[in-house]
Every structure is written in structure tokens, then in C-alpha cells.
Design a protein around this ligand. Structure first.
Ligand SMILES: C[S@@+](CC[C@H](N)C(=O)[O-])C[C@H]1O[C@@H](n2cnc3c(N)ncnc32)[C@H](O)[C@@H]1O
Length: 276
């Protein structure tokens, strides 16, 4: 039977609503048609009665099968937007989250106030933070990641978006030369004990990008220590809900002059700013 675009939209919304809540299903359906099939809303409005080519129907059915198993849409599509730029993502990289925009905005603000001329993004993943800073400032930007596969995706994104970044493989700041400048990081901060309660989509993302020992605090605390010892003027970290108090205390005991916690729109601790 011939399926029209109008019917495809209804069928797809219904198929997604079997495992997503209705609002999410509707929003995803639109994204699939726009980003996946490349048809804008106005095109769809004008072509609702056109038949959907067999190839497009096959692609959508294959996406539904993968999505039903919990695979995130960004991995199926192969890219996602961050600060209006398109970043390639693969199962080797965390899928960028909109909350990380807070970290980038704070880094731009603190970096400008401190008049830094360089910055390092630790645990760069797909490169969203380093690329944003490189394209939105005149700073010299370096980035590191422990995962060679993630670094290769970040390098590809930087080159695709025209960002000049020095990439270094290695743990935390180990392979980053002095002087550091502003240290910025969205490192793994999820408590491994929370794993059984997490959304099933997270099982598709690399565990090495999500979890950290010591209730999720080990890597952020280690970076605060390294950055302080190597005289960074400031260290900005994305953090997990409820981690602000303890990380502030640790930052102050490491010799940072000030440590401030910022909350996200949901009122959860999301950002730690440590100032020398
Ligand atoms: C939460 S993801 C963040 C990725 C990206 N910065 C973003 O905001 O989307 C954390 C990243 O840190 C990397 N990572 C984990 N342990 C690390 C370490 N000890 N040193 C450097 N990078 C590390 C992971 O490979 C992963 O790419």
C-alpha cells in the first residue's frame, strides 16, 4: 500500500509513542523527518499527500527497530547540534548535552574577565567545548582525552568546523604542556552505584565517559588538584546533582581561593568554578 508523508508522520509518531512519552515521541518524529530524511516542516506541509519512496520507508523502519532497543537518536543519525553547530557523534563519544552550554558560557565569561589567552578542555569527547571556545574566542585551545577513538572524532569535528585546536591523548593534564590557561572540563561524574537506575539509552554511551569512582567525584577532584598545582588561573567543571558542596570544600582545601557552584534550570548543581 502507498504511504503518504502525512501517513508516515502519523505512523511514526504512533510507533515512537509505544516506548517514548507522547510529547517526546512527537518531537522525535519531527526531528527524524527533518534531520533524518531532510524534509523541512514547510516541505512536509506542502507534500503531505506525496507517496514516500520505498527507500525512505525502509530507512525509517530500520531506525524504529534500533530506537526501540534504546539506541539514542543521535547515534542513529550520526550527529547532533551543540551551540548551533553540527558535531559528529559515535558510540565512542558521549552525546553532547544541552546543560554543557552552561559550562561553555561560564568559561567564556570567566576567561574574558581574567583576560586569559589560552584554555584547555579536558575529556574533550566529541570536542564540543574545545571547538566552541576556539571558534568563539581568540584563545589558543588545547584538548585532551584518554580515549583515542573519541580524540579522532574530536579532531574530525574541529577540522570540519574550522577550529584550530592542539589535541593530546592522555589522562587529565598529564600530556598538556604549561602554561595551562583556563582549565575547563566535563569529565565523567556519575556515581557507578546509580548505574541500575539510569535511563536505558545511557547503556549505549561509553561507560568511560560517564562513570567515575569515589561516588562520581574521583576525576573532577583529581583535575582540581592537578590544575591548582600547575597554577591554572581557574578551573571550571561540569558536575553532578548534589556534588557541589563536597567539591567546593575539596577545592578550597586544595588551595583554590574561591569555589562557586552554579545550578542548572532544574535547580541541580551543574557547574563548579574554582578561582586561584
Ligand atoms: C562526560 S564525557 C564529556 C565529553 C565532552 N566534553 C562533552 O561535554 O560532551 C567525558 C570524556 O572524558 C574522557 N575521559 C575519561 N577519563 C579521562 C581521563 N582520566 N583523562 C582524560 N579524559 C578522560 C572520556 O573518554 C570522555 O570522552
Amino acid at each position: 500500500m502507498v504511504q503518504t508523508y502525512h501517513q508516515l508522520r502519523l505512523d511514526l509518531s504512533a510507533a515512537l509513542a509505544l516506548f517514548l512519552d507522547p510529547l517526546e515521541a512527537h518531537a522525535e518524529c519531527i526531528r527524524w523527518l527533518e534531520d533524518g530524511l531532510g524534509h523541512s516542516r514547510s516541505w512536509l506541509a506542502a507534500h503531505g499527500t506525496d507517496p514516500v519512496p520505498t527507500e525512505a520507508r525502509r530507512r525509517v523502519s530500520a531506525w524504529v527497530r534500533r530506537r526501540r532497543k534504546g539506541e539514542p537518536w543521535a547515534y542513529i543519525l550520526g550527529w547532533t547540534l551543540f551551540r548551533d553547530r553540527r558535531f559528529k557523534v559515535t558510540p565512542d563519544t558521549l552525546i553532547p548535552r544541552s546543560e554543557t552550554d552552561l559550562l561553555v558560557e561560564a568559561a567564556l565569561d570567566v576567561g574574558r574577565r581574567l583576560k586569559v589567552d589560552r584554555s584547555v578542555d579536558v575529556g574533550t569527547g566529541s570536542g564540543i567545548i574545545a571547538v566552541s571556545l576556539a571558534l568563539e574566542t581568540d584563545w589558543q585551545v588545547t584538548a585532551s582525552d584518554l580515549s583515542p577513538a573519541a580524540l579522532s572524532v574530536a579532531r574530525g569535528n574541529a577540522s570540519m568546523l574550522g577550529a584550530v585546536i592542539q589535541f593530546h591523548g592522555g589522562s587529565l593534564l598529564d600530556t598538556i604542556p604549561d602554561p595551562l590557561g583556563l582549565v575547563v572540563a566535563n569529565l565523567p561524574y556519575v556515581d557507578p552505584a546509580d548505574q541500575p537506575t539510569l535511563q536505558r539509552e545511557l547503556a549505549f554511551e561509553p561507560a568511560s565517559a560517564l562513570f567515575a569512582p569515589d561516588r562520581g567525584l574521583a576525576l573532577t577532584a583529581a583535575l582540581l588538584a592537578q590544575a591548582r598545582a600547575r597554577q591554572a588561573p581557574a578551573c571550571l567543571l561540569e558536575i553532578g546533582a548534589g556534588q557541589g558542596g563536597e567539591l567546593c570544600r575539596r577545592a578550597l582545601s586544595l588551595g583554590w581561593h574561591k569555589a562557586l557552584v552554579h545550578q542548572d534550570l532544574a535547580g541541580h548543581d551543574r557547574l563548579l568554578v574554582a578561582l586561584a
